[in-house]
Ligand binder design. Structure first.
Ligand code: NAD
Length: 359
């Protein structure tokens, strides 16, 4: 039976980078026996322009009927003045929450060919391979009540609520333990249990779960220390599991250790491993339409899709190896270009990955 993949290019550079990732999927279908059916949909600003909301009903219907979603990016200056519920980013939050994609997997891998792209010393980051598991549908980004209110004295007060139920902590914990099991079997749970009761509970639940995963070594770290350790000695980590907001911040920090935001994929999974796959970067309006965006993060997101939702680990490795091969050939989009390498555009980079897959 064919897997259904919904393709949502989104805004800005989204259509350009997703176009290259689709070429990779088509090549796998034609030459490597991948059984996949692709459909296209609208999200973000593109959804707003066509249907008046950032997550059109039709897109949600198609997403629910799919095994996986491949997303480019959403957002752009043109939409920044819309009412909040209509803004492109709300479409993204809505699809994650509607599909119950509670587990966000964000690898930070430093390809040896790009060691000089990091702002940290090569010996601190070379060979870096960490994975951040971020809780994605709970915590302070979704907690109620929230808002801005006017107090009796006329002063305005902004407020959000940080809440986690035990079951929410347990399901992200299990995903993290299972993921660590397939890697170096080390899991670091990041919290702020010295100050926040909600993460005191987080720590308690993680500790309780560790009895079911005796092969995984569990440690705990406060988030402020984790931020420091990520830039001091990042290779000490294998898998990190943390809350929605802490994960948002730490995963961007980890991404920058690798030097290019254009290289990093992500997966967001539900309890049955259906998922949405997207590069970690945004819609890069500053370079949209110029044909210079790096498509590798999106192509590597296809690799994650093959591994986690389409059950094709061998094809995932093929795609990752093809990316390694084009880097070995010295091809670089402007964001990762150095004087000793060859500068190429989005399409040329995508074509080179397809050629490597065919070779
Ligand atoms: P951004 O990630 O879009 O861009 C940051 C910088 O990185 C820019 O200089 C950009 O040119 C560069 N960059 C990003 N992706 C690149 C790629 N593939 N190749 C080469 N260079 C790349 O972040 P931003 O500028 O803060 O946000 C721009 C828009 O994207 C905003 O509307 C924001 O809300 C949205 N956004 C969307 C997502 C998403 O869709 N998941 C994530 C972050 C930001």
């Amino acid at each position: 039976m064919s897997n259904k993949v919904l393709v949502l290019p989104g805004d800005g550079i989204g259509p350009e980078i997703v176009g290259e990732a689709v070429k990779v999927l088509e090549c796998l279908r034609q030459d490597h026996g991948l059984r996949v059916e692709l459909e296209q949909g609208l999200i973000g600003g593109a959804g707003y322009d066509a249907a008046g909301k950032p997550l059109p009903d039709e897109t949600l219907r198609l997403a629910r009927a799919s095994d996986a979603v491949l997303l480019g990016a959403v957002g752009g200056p043109k939409y920044d003045t819309l009412d909040r519920p209509l803004r492109p980013e709300r479409g993204l939050l809505a699809i994650r929450s509607e599909l119950e994609l509670f587990g966000n997997l964000r690898p930070a891998i430093l390809y040896p060919q790009l060691a000089s792209a990091s702002s940290l010393k090569p010996d601190v980051v070379s060979g870096l391979d960490i994975l951040i598991v971020r809780e994605l549908t709970g915590g302070i980004y979704f907690g109620e009540p929230r808002g801005i209110r006017t107090l009796d004295n006329g002063e305005r007060q902004g407020y959000n609520t940080l809440v986690y139920r035990e079951s929410e902590i347990e399901r992200i914990g299990r995903l993290a333990f299972e993921t660590a099991r397939k890697r170096d079997q080390r899991l670091c749970s990041v919290d702020k249990a010295n100050v926040l009761e909600v993460t005191e509970l987080w720590r308690e639940v993680m500790t309780g779960l560790s009895a079911d995963y005796p092969d995984v070594e569990l440690s705990h770290m406060y988030v402020d220390n984790a931020a420091m350790q990520l830039v001091r000695a990042p290779k000490q980590f294998d898998v990190i599991v943390t809350t929605n907001m802490f994960g948002d911040i730490l995963s961007d920090c980890a991404a920058m250790l690798t030097g290019s935001i254009g290289m990093l994929p992500s997966a967001s999974l539900d309890k049955d491993s259906r998922g949405m796959y997207e590069p970690i970067h945004g819609s890069a309006p500053d370079i949209a339409g110029q044909g210079v965006a790096n498509p590798l993060a999106t192509i590597l997101s296809v690799a994650m899709m093959l591994r986690y939702s389409l059950n094709e680990p061998a094809l995932a490795e093929k795609v990752e190896a093809a990316v390694g091969q084009v880097l070995d050939q010295g091809l670089r989009t402007p964001d990762i270009h150095t004087p000793d390498t060859r500068k190429v555009g989005t399409v040329e980079m995508g074509d080179a990955v397809v050629a490597a897959l065919r070779s």
